[in-house]
Design a protein around this ligand. Structure first.
Ligand code: NAP
Length: 282
């Protein structure tokens, strides 16, 4: 079974494993939208899975459930065991553990699945559900085979340490805002701590919502775009993916963009240029 996040190998022939499918806006944003091109969204998710991107980001709140419906339709023809579904839980918004159970069951029903590969706390805030209650809940789900791995999202170093102290289940990954323009989690030590402790980094918004393509004229970043003959998105993505233990969740419903993003894998940045980008900021 391939339920855990794939092992993040050196940046070599397994590069593709370092990309996962982002789904923000698919089937709606915070409300269901009648404007999405559902047929296209489903076709592009299937295309990415066929290209080897088997990690999918799922958030029940999105599009009032519309997003999960499109994901369900996209994955139904694939071998379930070949996919890793990351499912987010807004535990800070649920009134109690019963509500968490309800949302958990909704995920299973709406995605038509029997288990969740990666149960993720969307925001580590335990005001309504305590760490101990969550630990008990998760241990039961793991014992029943309904959850395989536990992960967090938007957790800084303090939150991670708190969770490690109070919840006796290893943290598989931390999904955070991380791209060449946003280094907050580098600066506060979260990324270094996660990498040292075997917690994978799932970088969301890896090309800054498509903004990588603007606002950097006449900078070292722009010079390297020209030097390598790549697009700004490709450079931003490649810089991120050559990092140890870092994967990126990228969203695109546009076939040309998807292919462009996949092609970023073939760029070989020199060590010196990686250093330039490591130290670069807008
Ligand atoms: N855990 C959290 O709190 C959290 C928060 C935010 C996001 N996420 C997850 O992370 C995923 C990725 O983040 P994101 O969607 O915010 O940002 P992103 O992946 O950095 O950028 C997506 C945007 O860029 C466009 N795009 C994609 N490839 C492009 C290219 N090569 N050239 C130009 N534009 C391109 C897409 O439009 P087209 O569709 O037209 O290509 C889309 O508008 C999300 O989809 C979501 O699953 C998680």
């Amino acid at each position: 079974m391939n339920s855990s996040i794939p092992e993040i190998k050196a940046f070599g022939k397994d590069r593709l494993l370092k990309l996962g499918i982002g789904t923000w806006g698919i089937g709606g944003y915070m409300t269901k939208t009648p404007y999405s091109d559902y047929v296209n969204e489903i076709a592009q998710i299937k295309y990415q899975i066929n290209k080897g991107l088997t990690l999918l980001d799922c958030w029940i709140a999105q599009g009032e459930g519309g997003s999960l419906e499109l994901i369900r339709q996209s994955i139904e023809e694939f071998d379930r065991k070949s996919l890793t579904l990351l499912c987010k839980f807004d535990i800070h918004k649920y009134k109690d553990i019963n509500e968490l159970e309800e949302v958990f069951n909704k995920y299973l029903k709406q995605l038509n699945i029997r288990y969740i590969d990666v149960f993720q706390i969307h925001k580590p805030d335990f005001k309504n559900i305590s760490e101990k209650e969550l630990e008990k809940f998760l241990k039961r789900k793991i014992a029943e085979g309904k959850v395989i791995k536990f992960a967090v999202s938007n957790a800084n170093i303090e939150s991670i340490k708190n969770i490690q102290k109070k919840i006796d289940i290893p943290i598989e990954a931390n999904e955070i805002l991380y791209n060449i323009f946003n280094r907050e989690y580098e600066h506060d030590g979260t990324i270094e701590y996660c990498v040292k402790n075997g917690i994978k980094i799932l970088a969301y918004r890896p090309i800054n919502r498509g903004m990588a393509n603007i606002a950097h004229a006449n900078t070292e970043f722009a010079n390297l775009v020209l030097k390598y003959g790549v697009t700004p998105s490709q450079l931003a993505l490649n810089w991120l993916l050559q990092k140890k233990n870092v994967m990126a969740l990228i969203k695109s419903s546009n076939r040309a963009h998807i292919n462009e993003n996949l092609d970023c894998m073939s760029i070989e940045l020199s060590k010196d240029d990686i250093k330039i980008l490591d130290n670069w900021s807008l």
